[in-house]
Write a protein that binds this ligand. Structure first.
Ligand code: DAH
Length: 348
């Protein structure tokens, strides 16, 4: 195309835009001239075939064309009356609505937990979703015949012939808890350790309002060569509860059993929804179970090569969904996975 032809093309395009009768026509012309496959971008792409000496002048003319077309299109959209047509813009059409994004409630609970425990000197540790039998069970003092190792409870990656047998420590599974990160942390560090470990966990559970086969936990581990007591655990969890839920929350421990802690407790928060009076969320009890915890069992220390006469510590494991559900008053766990924007907006 010569410069002359180019000027003629420009005049034609501007005339067409001026004559466009409605918004659809303006849009068609935008696509025709400056859209991705429009004629002006095509000219720019073809610049390499223009003789070298003519290229600067030609380039300048194409850019000027593009600028004028864009200005003409913009003017047409902004002031339809100036173009002689009131049909270009329909003022009764609803506007376009852009909502700012928001953090998912589960991510918020995890971030908030990391912040709170960060004040107490805990750092965040990480571990993989695919674990070994050793890290997920054996080193956590959970024997092969324990029901949690059954293939009806645990997603084994290669189902080994362990029914009746014991399997091997290297057998792979989708971790059923974040507790294996305790083992990884102790194998890689020396006391003292203070970590929390948020992450995904997997169990063969049928999904309903309070269960999911894939959920999240936040593990905590504190081990020191100075004596650590159950009272330390309780005060730390009480501090966490107040920071997370507000001053009105109280914490109670109930005796329980976990293979990897002795003594073991289950941890309840007073119900955030009814403030402990009793409601549907807490099944009228005034309390909601949020974690398992206890003093690290001496056998666990031996599995990672630490001397239980020289170290002591506590561990805990929170359900992230549980905390999100009571903090934000969410009655159904499935809402946390559906990513319905109306739900997420409400929480934000
Ligand atoms: N891993 C346990 C579960 O998934 C929760 C738990 C209990 C974690 C006691 C701990 C603990 O660290 O000390 O049910």
């Amino acid at each position: 195309m010569t410069l002359e032809e180019l000027e003629k093309g420009k005049a034609e395009s501007l005339a067409e835009i001026a004559a466009a009768a409605d918004a659809a026509a303006v849009e068609r012309l935008r696509v025709k001239y400056v859209g991705r496959n429009g004629s002006i971008p095509a000219l720019i792409k073809g610049m390499k075939d223009v003789p070298k000496e003519e290229r600067p002048a030609f380039g300048k003319a194409v850019q000027a064309w593009r600028a004028e077309v864009e200005a003409a299109l913009a003017a047409k959209v902004a002031a339809p009356a100036a173009g002689g047509s009131s049909a270009t813009l329909d003022p009764t059409l609803p506007g376009r609505w852009f909502e700012p994004g928001a953090e998912h409630p589960l991510s918020r609970v995890i971030a908030e937990t990391a912040r709170i425990f960060g004040h107490l000197g805990f750092t965040v540790a990480d571990g993989p979703d695919i674990e070994t039998r050793f890290n997920n069970f054996t080193a956590l003092n959970t024997p092969p015949h324990h029901p949690s190792q059954d293939r009806r409870d645990t997603f084994w990656l290669e189902t080994p012939e362990f029914e009746g047998g014991e399997g091997t420590p290297e057998d792979l599974l989708l971790r059923t808890q974040t507790s294996p990160v305790q083992i990884r942390t102790m194998l890689q560090n020396k006391p003292p350790v203070r970590v929390i470990c948020p992450g995904r966990t997997y169990r063969r559970d049928t999904t309903d309002a309070t269960h999911s086969a894939n959920f999240h936990q936040i593990e905590g581990l504190y081990v020191d060569s100075k004596p650590v007591s159950l009272a330390d655990l309780k005060s730390v969890l009480a501090y966490f509860a107040r920071e997370m839920m507000g001053d009105s929350v109280t914490v109670r421990f109930r005796p329980h059993f976990f293979p990897f802690t002795e003594p073991s407790v289950e941890v309840d928060f007073s119900c955030h929804v009814c403030k402990g009076k009793g409601c549907a969320v807490c099944k009228q009890s005034g309390w909601i179970e949020v974690a398992g915890a206890g003093m690290v069992d001496p056998r666990v220390f031996r599995f990672v090569g630490w001397n239980p006469d020289e170290v002591s510590g506590y561990a805990f494991g929170f359900g992230v969904e549980r905390i999100a559900m009571i903090k934000y008053g969410i009655p159904d766990i499935r809402w946390l996975y559906e990513n319905d924007v109306r739900f997420l907006e409400q929480i934000a």
